[in-house]
Design a protein around this ligand. Structure first.
Ligand code: PGA
Length: 253
């Protein structure tokens, strides 16, 4: 992973057709190629990954997946997708523990197994953590700490370089406003400190911490600068070709 700003586009269950998917991927890659200090990961639904992959690698753009199955081995697992399949398609990043997946039953234990499977095969895990509410007595900090500790509990020290932490307060996902950049800055420090407790100070200085939740072309630059994060996890705006292109250019300074 380079030192550039990392912007991850989580397409979720969009778009409806493969033709639209190919266009979004092509245009995003075209913008990415013009950036100097920013890299982009596009995470289409599984079914579009092959069609959205470039024939030859293009600069500043990588393929990602929105999740992976819990199972690694080739056994009887109807409907599941393994880390090996993703790697074979050229996927380099995999989102894990997104709140929408956690809401469908993905547990901390599942997240930790998936993170381990991802990094063991040489891919990068984008581990999502975030509180559902901000209570006054700071219980949300405990929630984040617990999510980070359990998500990373199975990985060895040598593999921490393949981990990215995406802090996404659930209340800011799909909302009208992102978290305030000043608050994001505090949370980024907290995430890094928690990471340091597991992997040490040196690793914590290097790990990429992203923010996600209602990021758009208007707020992205302040979130990076004032929020002091290494990148962004973008949902809705990542399938808005014009909006995403503006967002990417705005952070690429
Ligand atoms: P949003 O989604 O940008 O649409 O709020 C973010 C996410 O779910 O990762």
């Amino acid at each position: 992973m380079s030192n550039k700003i990392l912007v991850v586009g989580n397409w979720k269950m969009n778009p409806e057709t493969v033709d639209e998917a190919k266009i979004i991927a092509q245009k995003t890659r075209k913008t990415a190629a013009e950036l100097s200090n920013t890299e982009v990961v596009i995470c289409p639904p599984f079914i579009f990954i092959s069609d959205c992959s470039p024939r030859t690698p293009t600069s500043n753009a990588y393929m990602g997946a929105q999740t992976v199955s819990l199972f690694k081995e080739e056994e009887a697992h109807t409907g599941e997708i393994s880390v090996y399949m993703l790697r074979d398609l050229g996927v380099e990043y995999v989102i894990v523990g997104h709140s929408e997946e956690r809401a469908q039953g993905e547990s901390d234990e599942d997240v930790s197994k998936k993170v381990n499977a991802i990094v063991e095969v040489g891919l990068n895990a984008i581990v999502c953590v975030g509180e559902s509410v901000r209570d006054e007595n700071g219980q949300y900090l405990e929630t984040i700490k617990q999510q980070i500790n359990s998500s990373l509990s199975k990985i060895s020290l040598k593999n921490y370089k393949n981990v990215v932490i995406a802090y996404e307060p659930i209340w800011a996902i799909g909302a009208t406003e992102a978290m305030k950049p000043e608050q994001i800055c505090e949370m980024a420090i907290f995430v890094r400190k928690t990471f340091a407790d597991v992997f040490g100070q040196n690793a914590a200085m290097k790990v990429k911490v992203l923010y996600g939740g209602s990021v758009n072309a208007e707020n992205a630059s302040d979130i990076i600068k004032i929020g002091n994060v290494d990148g962004l996890l973008v949902g809705r705006q990542s399938v808005n070709i014009q909006g995403f292109s503006e967002l990417l250019k705005s952070v690429d300074v």
